[in-house]
Design a binder for this molecule. Structure first.
Ligand code: ZN
Length: 1168
């Protein structure tokens, strides 16, 4: 098993094998001084016991040798085993015992320190243990008294470094001048004793993990010294042999700048400049990569915090909430609270990055999982929803006279607003809403001054003007740049308005309007593309009724004109190496070289009079879904963009959508969105923003295209304008080279989909269906806070006849309830919904079959006000509506309150939905996937002790995701999960599952980026693919039909199955890992790579391997002689200690805290 000779000892077995054998081995060696332990002890205990108690040099050395051989031969498990057996304590005791003697024996101490460094490095409690053993100051003292012995110094430093893993130990060392001693051991550039110097710097860095120590070195001016040292080593280490030392110095600076004081000291000492310059010279050498990365991180961290150039962090849009004083919306209450919450909760979309991370969030209370809570409202209130099931009472007259059907459904959808307001709103608000509804149709507001009306009056005025302005809108959109106006005129062959005006009668505005109308109509005639399900004039009409907080009078061209998906697929953008680094350098240059910085405000949402230079880009965002608050020209071709916070609050910035014009073709413009809030983004993983060019649209290519290069997303140095909140901001940077001069372009986070687009789309759909076959009815679920309506659509098949049997079949069709766009920034959800709606209204066989099988109840936009006003997350009440489902407020969250009420109603009449699905977008994952609810999976995943064997659970919740995995190219089954988290208990999916008992209750998450599996692998997702997903979701519903008599279903499923083009491209057993870490750090507060076990081990080993030719000098010499020798030595041999280090200066650093567990140290003498 093992052989032990005089000079060598090898061990190939395990420590456990050694246990029990050791006593025999003792006997064999005949070491009388080894103290035999009780027979129950294993060999390791005996070794350790010997080490602590032996006073004999030889046996101690032997034991140390044995231990070292043992530990270095195996893996870390041996060391951890030894630690578990009290190894650290034994070594510490031995250290204290041996160092206490009047003349310490370094033949013992050196290997002891080495072993302690190796073992301690793996013992998380080593600092505390060292303090308890009184070994901390002993080691520091050994260091002080051996500063001329490079090997001893190194050994002590490693041990100090290891001890410093505990805050209190590091502080103890700091308080006893350990920082000063070690700092003075770091010399200017030299080629000697590099590993000792490295040990000193590493120990110094380790001590700086505590704030007290950082404060101490800042107050002593050591930051400046560290910078000088770094500069010296950088400039003289021309052959790059001391990279480790240079890196270690950076590590010191990194730790020292963890406090504000440290960062300020670094800046005031010209640190940023120095780091920037030194880095530029390192860029070409690959071996210096680690230095570049470290300096870039340091610079990012130390750039002075710059408040956003805003007068207030609060949204530019405020909305007076009912029941609250409207002059000052009560927003102060929420932002701070919710900012705390949002850090913890982040985002529903960002759930489960790693399933083990949030296990403690899983619901393990079986009662909560299984029990159905009581109604959240009186039962009587449910009856008001009965009319939302028109298919149940419809008489289907159109089966006789089909022409009437259109009539009737149109009437019901246009008149229902007033009716609905009257029926649905709580009585206190009914009057206000009624007046809203009335003024809506009359275009002028009457004199009643109720609370809500005042708030809405502005919007009404805007709505009234919109007819006039909506052309203006285009005119102002198209004429934002003179060149573009010319472009339009050329395109239409129009003469300017002035010349036409004389031909027109009436007032100027009318003339203007008429002219604009004609222009636009002609433009559409000549250049409009045939876009399915999009009619620009319907859009304009819908937009005129849309009520926005700022009173939008302008339409964004893409929404009005429509768009077609690009002909081919768009691959994810390759990320060039060091993109972010380059961006950071440019950011740093803003501080270092202010000459080329323009810093000119070119757009301000709140101030339209902002003048910009003729060569600046022009921005605009005051239109539906628009979001851009400010644009600042930083350099000639670089702009900082600031997004508007969600209405009535000061956060949730992420979504953007704005117009940009006055560009020069072929020039790269850099855009930085500087106040993003999410901590990471798919923009780091191949995603691009989308761009729409008016010029291209007029040339017959009306497309949103993915665009932008040098895209990256990283933490920046900005802070909120008012600074109270602890918000971290991220920069999304991208560069765009426009194709045309003087174009008008639109840039967005994702393909925009406005509320007006939905309204127009529903009109088109309604007109498109054959009323004799398709029962399509649009109703209004309720009004929103800002006075818009929330549509509810019913789609099913008309009965084959008016016969009893057919009507009975109709009335017994299961319900499918689909909702979408509760989060306004998730426009992808709307595109998926668009696909679903179009498919369900189509003449496709599957659609026909689905209509015959089910009644679809669809609420395509749960948050109209948020969508309209360009918010990212919330409704205008500054609440995340998908956290309101437990007890939604009827006044503040009407859409959720009534959706839930409607579901309760379905429940109460025995028509509980068979499937519920809420469509969302997911900003940090790829693919499309479902979240569902399963008791068993939740309990299993949480490791709950509850016995799930007896628990019966219908596994049917998996059917749809399984089917989708087979038929939907973008869908990934492996990304789905069915866990019920406490933090999601108020979301639609969980509440509908728990309270309505819907087994198949889902959240469908669609990526903003693209797929990493299937046939779309490596491609970004477009509206075509998103709509296709909406279609495939419908297809998957065939898998849950129970009606076996249903003619088509089986055949159709087979039909789908046989479609091999979309099948078999799936890898069913590939478990998608979470996104791999971004090559460049998004955060700059990530720790520098700490010293690895192996690094420290190899340093220690090299110290041991070198022959023990002690450079001991001057033992017993006078201090004066010693100093002289020291200086001579350094001059002669380039020794470790440069002249400025004097023993005296170190001796003078006597301990501040003299006692430690009874051990007192004074002037090198240890007494107890
Ligand atoms: Zn969402």
């Amino acid at each position: 098993m093992f052989g032990y000779g005089r000079n060598n000892f090898t061990w190939n077995g395990t420590l456990r094998e050694l246990e029990g054998s050791y006593p025999a081995f003792c006997t064999e060696r005949g070491q009388s001084n080894m103290i035999a332990s009780p027979s129950s002890s294993g060999g390791i205990e005996v070794l350790l016991s010997t080490l602590q108690n032996s006073g004999d040099v030889e046996s101690t050395l032997n034991t140390l040798n044995v231990l070292d051989e043992l530990l270095s031969a195996g893996t870390d498990r041996r060391i951890h085993y030894m630690i578990s057996k009290g190894g650290s304590e034994a070594l510490l005791t031995a250290l204290v015992n041996n160092a206490r003697t009047f003349s310490p024996n370094y033949n013992i101490l050196l290997p002891l320190l080495h072993l302690l460094a190796k073992v301690g490095h793996r013992d998380r409690r080593i600092g505390m243990k060292a303090e308890e053993a009184g070994a901390v100051l002993v080691t520091l003292n050994l260091l002080k008294h051996n500063i001329r012995h490079a090997r001893r110094v190194a050994a002590c430093l490693w041990v100090i470094q290891v001890f410093s893993s505990s805050v209190s130990t590091a502080n103890l060392i700091g308080e006893n001048y350990g920082l000063d001693v070690i700092y003075h051991l770091i010399p200017q550039y030299t080629t000697k004793n590099l590993h000792t110097i490295k040990a000193a710097i590493n120990a110094f860095a380790a001590l700086l993990y505590t704030k007290a120590n950082v404060w101490s070195i800042v107050s002593k001016g050591y930051i400046s010294g560290l910078l000088k040292l770094y500069e010296d080593w950088h400039s003289k280490d021309t052959h790059h042999v001391a990279i480790a030392i240079r890196h270690a110095l950076l590590c010191c600076l990194h730790n020292a700048t963890q406090t504000t004081g440290g960062r300020q000291a670094l800046i005031s000492q010209g640190g940023i400049q120095l780091l920037y310059q030194t880095t530029q010279t390192c860029l070409l050498s690959k071996s210096l990569e680690c230095l570049v990365e470290s300096t870039v991180q340091l610079m990012r961290k130390c750039l002075p915090k710059t408040p956003l150039p805003l007068t207030s962090d609060k949204s530019a849009y405020t909305f007076p909430l009912p029941g609250r004083p409207h002059a000052v919306p009560d927003v102060d209450v929420t932002p701070d609270e919710s900012s705390v919450g949002s850090d913890a909760e982040e985002d529903e979309d960002n759930q489960e990055a790693n399933s083990t991370d949030y296990d403690d969030d899983l619901e393990t209370d079986l009662n909560k999982l299984c029990l159905r809570p009581d109604l959240d409202r009186p039962k009587e209130l449910l009856q008001q929803y009965s009319h939302l099931c028109p298919e149940l009472s419809h008489d289907f007259q159109e089966l006789v006279m089909s022409s009437e059907s259109e009539e009737s459904s149109t009437t019901s959808s246009s008149d229902d607003e007033a009716v609905m307001h009257n029926t649905f709103l709580p009585s206190s608000h009914r009057r206000d809403r009624m007046s809203t509804a009335r003024s809506d149709s009359s275009t002028s507001s009457n004199g009643s001054h109720t609370e809500t009306e005042i708030s809405i009056k502005g919007h009404l005025a805007a709505a009234a003007q919109l007819e006039a302005h909506d052309f203006h809108s285009h005119s102002s959109i198209l004429s934002t740049s003179p060149g573009c106006t010319t472009m339009i005129r050329e395109a239409t062959g129009e003469t300017p308005p002035g010349q036409r005006r004389e031909e027109q009668d009436g007032d100027e505005e009318g003339a203007e309007e008429g002219y604009h109308r004609t222009t636009i109509d002609r433009l559409l005639e000549r250049h409009g593309a045939c876009i399915p399900h999009h009619v620009p004039k319907l859009y304009r009409a819908a937009a005129a009724k849309t009520k926005s907080i700022p009173g939008f009078g302008i339409l964004a061209f893409p929404d009005f004109w429509g768009h077609l998906p690009p002909p081919g697929h768009e691959p994810m953008a390759p990320r060039k190496p060091n993109t972010q680094r380059q961006k950071v350098f440019e950011d740093v240059q803003r501080f270092l070289n202010t000459d080329d910085i323009i810093n000119l405000l070119v757009f301000d949402l709140e101030n339209s009079s902002v003048q910009c230079r003729s060569d600046s880009l022009r921005f605009f965002s005051k239109f539906e879904c628009g979001n851009l608050r400010k644009a600042i020209q930083v350099r000639r071709c670089e702009y900082d963009l600031i997004l508007n916070a969600d209405v009535n609050c000061s956060q949730h910035t992420q979504w953007f959508y704005f117009e940009v014009s006055n560009m020069v073709a072929g020039i790269p413009y850099r855009f930085n969105v500087i106040n993003c809030e999410k901590s990471n983004s798919q923009f780091n993983y191949g995603m691009q923003p989308v761009l729409y060019s008016v010029r291209e649209a007029l040339d017959g290519r009306p497309r949103w295209v993915r665009t932008g290069t040098e895209i990256c997303y990283y933490r920046n140095y900005f802070c909120p304008a008012q600074g109270r909140r602890k918000t971290t901001f991220y920069t999304l940077s991208f560069t765009i080279t426009f194709k045309h001069n003087e174009d008008v372009c639109y840039l967005a986070y994702h393909y925009p989909y406005t509320y007006s687009a939905l309204k127009a789309h529903l009109k088109v759909l309604q007109k498109s269906v054959d009323p004799a076959k398709v029962f399509f009815q649009q109703q209004i679920l309720c009004g929103t806070l800002a006075g818009n309506s929330c549509p509810l659509v019913t789609i099913t098949a008309c009965p084959a006849s008016k016969g009893w049997k057919d009507l009975h079949q109709l009335r017994n069709r299961p319900c499918i309830v689909l909702t979408s766009r509760v989060h306004p920034g998730e426009s992808n959800a709307s595109w998926v919904m668009k696909g679903t709606l179009e498919f369900l209204c189509s003449s496709d066989l599957v659609a026909q079959s689905l209509r015959e099988a089910f009644v679809f109840k669809i609420i395509p936009m749960l948050n109209p006000d948020g969508v309209i006003n360009g918010t990212n997350r919330c409704d205008v009440n500054s609440e995340d509506l998908n956290r309101q489902w437990c007890k939604p407020d009827p006044v503040l969250s009407p859409t959720i309150y009534h959706t839930k009420g409607f579901l309760y109603y379905l429940n109460s009449i025995g028509r509980t939905p068979l499937v519920f699905c809420d469509y969302h977008g997911h900003s940090r994952k790829k693919n499309v996937f479902l979240y569902g609810c399963s008791i068993k999976e939740t309990l299993w995943q949480s490791g709950s002790a509850i016995d799930t064997v007896g628990l019966k659970e219908d596994p049917g919740y998996r059917t749809i995701p399984k089917t989708l995995d087979r038929i939907a190219p973008a869908f990934s089954f492996n990304s789905c999960n069915y866990l019920v988290e406490k933090s999601r208990s108020a979301t639609a999916r969980v509440v509908v599952w728990r309270e309505m008992g819907v087994l198949r209750s889902y959240t469908m998450e669609s990526t903003y980026n693209g797929c990493d599996q299937g046939i779309y692998k490596g491609l970004q997702i477009g509206t075509r693919e998103l709509q296709e997903m909406g279609v495939k979701f419908c297809h998957s519903l065939l898998s849950v039909t129970k009606d076996t008599k249903l003619l088509y279903s089986r055949r159709l499923i087979n039909h789908i199955d046989l479609d091999h083009n979309i099948l078999d491209h799936k890898s069913h057993n590939c478990f998608e890992d979470d996104e791999p870490p971004c090559v460049e750090e998004i955060e700059y507060f990530t720790d520098f790579p700490t010293v690895k076990y192996t690094d420290l081990d190899s340093d220690v080993n090299s110290n041991m391997a070198s022959p023990d030719e002690e450079e001991e000098i001057n033992e017993g010499h006078s201090p004066a002689k010693c100093q002289q020798d020291c200086i001579n030595d350094s001059i002669m041999k380039g020794n470790l200690f440069p002249p400025h280090i004097r023993q005296a200066s170190i001796d003078g650093l006597s301990e501040k805290r003299n006692t430690c567990n009874g051990v007192s140290i004074a002037n090198g003498q240890i007494t107890s």
